[in-house]
Design a protein around this ligand. Sequence first.
Ligand code: 4NP
Length: 151
Amino acid sequence: MTRILMVCLGNICRSPLAHGVMQSKLSETEFYVDSAGTAAYHIGNAPDKRSIRVARDNGLDISHQSARQFKVSDFDTFDYIYAMDHSNYDNIISLARTNEDLKKVKLFLETHPSIENKNMPDPYYGDQSDFEYVYTLVNETCDILAKQLQA
Ligand code: 4NP
């Protein structure tokens, strides 16, 4: 079983989309996908309505997800930890205990071949079109990641 964790700040906008999209592209028997936030603001909350909506518009139900905070033991549980932006990346890295932990942490958009800004834009203060753009980037990146992980 390969275990993948998607991480953003609040775990209500970006990482729930990456979690749902990635899960939909991988076999449940071989891959476990989860998400978390580096901050504690939204623990226990469902994803933002706008993330639920863009996912639903693309045939995915993420409404059952519940926000949780990233914890040090996630380094033990997961094989790959994908940060949505540099700030999340730095926050995760600051909790790493060993070189082994460090090696698990990647910037999600490093996989995207044509987007130069490797920070997934934070849509929280935006509108539905910002969530649609995040969905597009998440979907394109997950397509590539899923192929790489299954190879
Ligand atoms: P996320 O977006 O990190 O993609 O879940 C945010 C959610 C909440 C806040 C900021 C970003 N907040 O400041 O509460």
